[in-house]
Write a protein that binds this ligand. Structure first.
Ligand code: FE2
Length: 433
């Protein structure tokens, strides 16, 4: 039997080793040891982890790289403060053109595919009567479709009620083709308006048959409890399995008894949760300038124990909120593992799942995975297993999309100039070497 491509000798994230992956017409057709077939192209992945592509379930593509352009930010800032970032973005937004937004987004997508990301769920700010970001990112979605699945969320950054016209702009964005409903209840003027916004936005999603992904309780205020309303509305409207709560930072400092009641409600409603380890640890947990400092991330191990689908998102790359980032989901998982203190074998694997299979489920991606019948989308890593991949933020040796290699990076090996030692060193290490 002749195939288009065979990836030989791969280690898979589930622990199988030395497996061959056969590809035909853009789909995986065989996953087995010593596959007896020939192919137009073969890739030797012996001792390498081959993973399904990385997925970023929480990103802001309309703002990305704004900090990378020296003239893009309207004024100097302290960087890393959420509310300062929101106001800075609001100033910047007035100067944007669809062309400039699309150019930054396309540059970011090039970085993303090089790093093995093949699906991104991005918020797009609809608090703008021109809907500049919506226009730009719908065009980008079309242009990157051959190599990235871009799912867009209509996000009222300045408040669904608080920003004049946002209710109308959000509906217009959905009419234009944005496919997920967003919200920001903790940024409305009052707790009551936050609650009302969740109800109204969930009803829009139910009426239109859309998914929901809300920024929820992204604050250090332990009384910010909009997740409770989100769970109730999910249950009331029958949207189980279609709703994501992003951030949930306030849960870190909530009353423990209340959380013991809340987590089962989230599980019952089948709400997925997306913490964003890099930006959460940067923006939250400062304890109002006092000590000891909290961690600014939600209660990941406890949510996981309750069987809740967890994805780690990147949130920001060089934008008004965050100065770092490089489209590296392994860096995101590395930080997530640290902030959640998840270092056991199962827990590290869960961190890897949080940047691969879990966000795929959340985004309802078709044909994701490494089983026969799935799209032939995968990443060959310079690492033997998920732990080593996260530890090294491993080099993406080959990124494959629909059976075609779309990015290659040479293996990282350092020339060692220490007398009496070998002349090169790789950071991969196996005791048997
Ligand atoms: Fe966000």
């Amino acid at each position: 039997m002749a195939m288009d491509l065979i990836v030989r000798g791969a280690n898979l994230p589930d622990g199988r080793v030395g497996v061959d992956i056969g590809v035909q017409d853009g789909r995986i057709v065989a996953v087995e040891p010593a596959l007896k077939a020939e192919a137009g192209q073969e890739i030797d992945a012996t001792d390498r982890l081959v993973s399904p592509p990385f997925i970023d379930a929480h990103f802001h593509m309309d703002a990305t790289l704004a900090r990378a352009l020296t003239d893009a930010l309207p004024r100097p800032d302290q960087a890393g403060l959420l509310f300062e970032g929101i106001y800075l973005w609001d100033e910047l937004k007035k100067q944007l053109t669809p062309e400039a937004v699309a150019e930054r987004a396309m540059t970011y997508c090039d970085m993303a595919i090089a790093q093995g990301i093949q699906a991104i769920r991005s918020h797009v700010d609809v608090c703008d009567e021109r809907l500049t970001g919506v226009e730009a990112l719908l065009e980008v979605k079309r242009r990157v479709a051959p190599y990235i699945d871009l799912q867009l969320i209509a996000f009222p950054q300045m408040g669904y009620y608080r920003y004049p016209g946002a209710q109308d702009h959000l509906r217009r964005a959905l009419d234009m083709g944005v496919e997920v409903v967003g919200g920001i209840p903790h940024f409305e003027r009052s707790m009551a308006e936050g609650t009302e916004s969740v109800t109204e936005l969930m009803e829009i999603a139910a009426e239109r048959g859309l998914l929901v992904d809300m920024h929820c309780d992204e604050t250090d205020d332990p009384m910010s409890r909009h997740i409770e309303t989100l769970a109730r509305e999910t249950h009331r409207l029958g949207l189980q399995g279609r709703v994501t709560a992003s951030h949930l930072a306030s849960m870190h400092v909530m009353d423990n008894y209340y959380v013991s009641k809340l987590i089962p409600l989230i599980a019952e409603s089948e709400i997925g949760v997306t913490p964003n380890p890099l930006t959460n640890i940067a923006a939250w947990g400062h304890n109002n300038g006092s000590y000891p400092k909290w961690r600014g991330m939600t209660r990941v191990p406890e949510l996981r124990e309750a069987g809740i689908t967890l994805a780690f998102g990147q949130d920001c790359v060089m934008d008004p909120w965050y100065v770092y980032g490089c489209a590296d989901m392994l860096e995101v998982a590395h930080m997530g593992s640290h902030v959640a203190a998840m270092f056991g074998a199962d827990e590290v694997r869960a961190c890897f799942d949080a940047i691969t299979v879990n966000p795929a489920r959340m985004m309802q991606l078709e044909g994701y995975g490494l089983a026969p019948g799935c799209h032939a989308d995968m990443v060959v890593l310079q690492a033997a297993d998920p732990l080593e991949a996260i530890r090294l933020r491993a080099t993406r040796l080959a990124v494959i999309r629909r059976g075609e290699v779309v990015a290659r990076t040479p293996a990282t090996v350092t020339e060692l100039l220490v007398p009496g030692r070998p002349n090169s060193v790789a950071l991969t290490y196996k005791p048997t070497d």
